[in-house]
Design a protein around this ligand. Sequence first.
Ligand SMILES: [Fe+2]
Length: 356
Amino acid sequence: MRGVLETRLAFVEGGLAGDHLRLHYYKASLPAPWRQRGSKGTSMIIKTNADVTPAVLAEMARADDPRMREILTSLVKHLHGFIRETRLTEQEFQQAAAIINRIGQKSNDSHNEAVLISGSLGVSSLVCLLNNGDNGNTETTANLLGPFWRMESPRTENGGCLLRSPTPGTPLFVEAYVKDRDGRALAGAEVDIWHCNDEGYYENQDPSQAEMNLRGKLTTDANGKIWFRTIKPIGYPIPLDGPTGDLLRMLKRHNMRPAHLHFLITKAGFKAHISQVYSSDDPNLETDSQFGVTERLIGHYVRHENEPAPYGGVTGPWYSLSFTFNLDPGEPRLPRPPITDKSKQPPPKIERLVRA
Ligand SMILES: [Fe+2]
């Protein structure tokens, strides 16, 4: 670096004066920005590869915010460690940069490729489990938000139905209990529910479904309980047209998510509880493409062949599900709805990969 700068100066000065003595004088009088020391006196002039990490770490220490300083410092340590460990080649570095660029290019108001690939690398699951259940110390019913949550689910009474337009599928009767970490029932908790239809589509990606179909917001009774009727959801494929699809294909993984219901529970004094309850009979339960399934969140959807349904005038086979959520103390801060595009453009039919 230093050599390049000196050569450039020599060229400019030489062109102006053509006088080497004058050039030396000029160089000595310059503040020589390339000679300035980095933070804490660390030189930012690199001699060998061993100089790079300390030089960058010293600069990270300039961040005023202590948490940002901690994150940046750790990021540099692990990133540089990863490059050393793998002896990343120049060509591989260019490929990595292209993948990161493509993640951004694939993302828009109706799709977040960064979140999708974070899920398929287990990052989202790890962040969730470290931040819930007493910060990772106890089992938790918290889980991933997923892309399809909407803010204004229709208010639904207990015993009500989530179907807003004719929706094929096997009826499902759900009762859910909301408790604190010590098992005390939480009355008056708001429970937002959403799920896909029996073709794997959420209403905000499917013009054939009514607005807010298969969504509802219920309030727990004095026993911390809600109950409602809907249809049993089905597993669905995640998109393959970005770097996440490339990753899954390379690893010979499938792109399915096992069937699930989404829940978002809020109550004053408790952290907003985001959850999914997975279907115990789903063929992809053990190989979720997003690493979302935890043991605690496997729900037992019980099939009833010849029994009268509890309510709703349902005939024929139906399922029941009973599940209990445990909330952590904290602030009921809501996430930002991941999809802001309201155009309901039907997604292209997504190919289904088979796990080899
Ligand atoms: Fe989902």
